[in-house]
Ligand binder design. Structure first.
Ligand SMILES: *Cc1c(COP(=O)(O)O)cnc(C)c1O
Length: 383
C-alpha cells in the first residue's frame, strides 16, 4: 500500500530537543571517546535514581549481556535457563561463551518466564537464570531469586524494555546480580543504539570495568589506583562514545515526561479496546499486582494465528502498521537441533498470535482514535 502522510508507523524515535545542545557541548569539550562527562552523568543518574550499585554504559544491551556471560565465567557446557520468547541476544550472548541454553516456557498471564517451571530445569551444570521483563512488566522476582539462592545460581535481568519499571517497590534492574538495559531506537529512552550494564553484586565491579576497557585496568589507572595500565584479562570495546552518551543524557532528563505520555497512550488503548477484546477472545496485557507498567509496549494476544493475520492486514489497509514479535528461540533454525525436544506451548502460541500496536511519544490523540476505530470495526472470521 502507498504510504502517505497519514500512515501511522509502528515506532517513531522521539527527540526531546536537547540532544543537539548536549552533543555540541561534548564536541566543544573535545573528549569524544567513552567514559567522559556525559557517560558519567548518565551512569550517576541511574545509580542515584534507581539504586543500581554500579552502572556502565555500553554500545548496546547485546554488549551488556555479553559482559554478563564473561563476568559469570560461563564455560563450554554450562547451562543457562531463560525464556524462549525473547530477543536473540538474550541467548546469543551466552552461546558465544559455549553455554547450553535451557529454554523455559512463558507463563499463562503474560510472556514472562514461568517461574514455576524453572526449578525442574536446574541440573548440576546450571550456572545462571536470565529473566526478561517483557514489555517492561516485572517477572515474579521473589520466586526467581529464592530459587536462585536455594541452588546457588546467578540471576541476570534482561531489562532491555524495563526502564523505570518496578517489582513491588524495587526498580527492575536492581534485583538480579546483574542487569542489562537497551537504549535502542525502539525503547522508551533511546540513543539510537545504546545499552547499560548494571552490577548489583559488588564482587563483579572491578572485573566489569576491566572487561569494559578491552581487558585493561585503564579505569583503575584513571582513578589513580595503579601507576600504569596493563592488559590484565580478556575484554572488548564496550564503551559508547561521548556523542552517544550526550544524546542519551537529553533523553534521560526528559524521562518523566516521556513515561507519562506513553502511559497516557497505553491507557487510552486499554480502556477503549477492552470490550472489543473480550468479545473477540483477544487478551490485552495484564499487569500482575506486584508489577508496574512503564508503557513500553501495547500488545494483543489473539485466539488464533488466522485472527492475527486478519487484524494486521485490516490495520494495514487503514494505513496503520502493527507487527508481531518474537519467534520462539528453541524452534529457531539455529537452535532447534540443540533444543531438548520439550514443547513450549505458551511461547509458540505467543509467536503466532501476539501483535504490537503503534506505541511512541508523538502518537497523537487523533491517531490513537483512528487505530482504536480501525480495530473495533474489524469483523473477525469465526474459527
Ligand atoms: C531490545 C532488546 C535487546 C537488545 O537490545 P540492543 O540494545 O539492541 O542490543 C535484548 N533483549 C531484549 C528483551 C530486548 O527487548
Amino acid at each position: 500500500m502507498v504510504q502517505n502522510n497519514d500512515y501511522i508507523g509502528f515506532n517513531k524515535p522521539y527527540l526531546t530537543g536537547q540532544e543537539q545542545e548536549f552533543i555540541a557541548d561534548a564536541v566543544r569539550l573535545k573528549k569524544l571517546s567513552g567514559n567522559g562527562k556525559y557517560t558519567i552523568l548518565c551512569q550517576q543518574f541511574f545509580e542515584q535514581n534507581f539504586g543500581f550499585k554500579k552502572c556502565l554504559l555500553t554500545t548496546s544491551c547485546t554488549d551488556a549481556l555479553e559482559m554478563c556471560a564473561l563476568l559469570l565465567n560461563i564455560q563450554l557446557g554450562d547451562e543457562v535457563i531463560m525464556p524462549s520468547y525473547t530477543f536473540v541476544s538474550t541467548a546469543n550472548a551466552f552461546v558465544l561463551r559455549g553455554a547450553k541454553i535451557v529454554f523455559c516456557d512463558s507463563n499463562l498471564v503474560n510472556p514472562n518466564i514461568d517461574s514455576g517451571q524453572i526449578e525442574r530445569l536446574i541440573t548440576s551444570k546450571t550456572k545462571a537464570i536470565v529473566v526478561v521483563h517483557y514489555a517492561g512488566v516485572a517477572c515474579d522476582m521473589d520466586n526467581v531469586m529464592s530459587i536462585a539462592n536455594r541452588h546457588n545460581l546467578f540471576v541476570v535481568e534482561d531489562a532491555a524494555q524495563a526502564i523505570d519499571s518496578y517489582y513491588k517497590d524495587r526498580p527492575l534492574g536492581s534485583i538480579g546480580h546483574l542487569a542489562t538495559f537497551s537504549f535502542h531506537e525502539t525503547k522508551n529512552i533511546s540513543s539510537g543504539e545504546g545499552g547499560m550494564l548494571v552490577i548489583n553484586d559488588t564482587q563483579f565491579i572491578n572485573r566489569a570495568e576491566i572487561l569494559w576497557e578491552k581487558g585493561t585496568n585503564r579505569v583503575a589507572f584513571f582513578k589513580g589506583q595503579v601507576d600504569k595500565y596493563n592488559w590484565v584479562d580478556i575484554g572488548s570495546s564496550y564503551l559508547p562514545s561521548e556523542i552517544t552518551a550526550a544524546f542519551l543524557y537529553a533523553q534521560i532528563i526528559a524521562m518523566e515526561d516521556i513515561q507519562s505520555k506513553r502511559k497516557k497512550i497505553w491507557h487510552m488503548y486499554f480502556e477503549h479496546l477492552s470490550e472489543w477484546a473480550t468479545f473477540n477472545k483477544i487478551r490485552l496485557p495484564q499487569i500482575p499486582v506486584y508489577a508496574t507498567n512503564n508503557a513500553h509496549m501495547f500488545y494483543l494476544v489473539c485466539s488464533s494465528p488466522a485472527h492475527r493475520t486478519e487484524i494486521i492486514n485490516s490495520l494495514q489497509n487503514d494505513g496503520i502498521m502493527a507487527v508481531f514479535h518474537y519467534l520462539s528461540l528453541h524452534n529457531s533454525p539455529f537452535y532447534i537441533e540443540k533444543h531438548d525436544n520439550r514443547v513450549l506451548k505458551e511461547s509458540d502460541n505467543l509467536s503466532s498470535t501476539l501483535i504490537r500496536l503503534p506505541m511512541f511519544y508523538d502518537l497523537s490523540e487523533t491517531q490513537i482514535t483512528k487505530i482504536i476505530k480501525s480495530l473495533t470495526t474489524i469483523r473477525l472470521s469465526i474459527n
